[in-house]
Design a protein around this ligand. Structure first.
Ligand SMILES: [Zn+2]
Length: 100
């Protein structure tokens, strides 16, 4: 498979419905790579209609988050703990404010 080009992810089109990035292929079809693949470190988008492919230049911070799945439970717990800490900190702050 010949490498057609290296493409910045900003130059690609993102379809949130199919969670797929795509880019026009010279053959008339499109190079496609799913958001999940990008999160997995798969940076190659290939064309269904010919043998060309592109390499996607991206950072994980550029990617939209994946939709919720069971892997998120741990981080949700962390967020809850964080929220509790913040609430307590705010309560302490308001107590100090009342004294002042
Ligand atoms: Zn093509």
């Amino acid at each position: 498979m010949p490498l057609y080009e290296e493409i910045e992810i900003e130059d690609m089109d993102y379809d949130p419905k199919t969670m797929t990035y795509s880019y026009p292929c010279p053959c008339g079809d499109r190079f496609k790579v799913s958001l999940e693949d990008l999160w997995d470190g798969e940076d190659v988008a290939d064309c269904q209609s010919c043998t060309l492919y592109i390499e996607v230049i991206y950072e994980e911070v550029d990617l939209p988050p994946l939709p919720d799945d069971s892997d998120d439970e741990e981080s949700t717990d962390k967020e809850k703990t964080l929220a509790k800490d913040v609430t307590e900190a705010v309560q302490k702050l308001s107590v100090n404010d009342n004294k002042a």
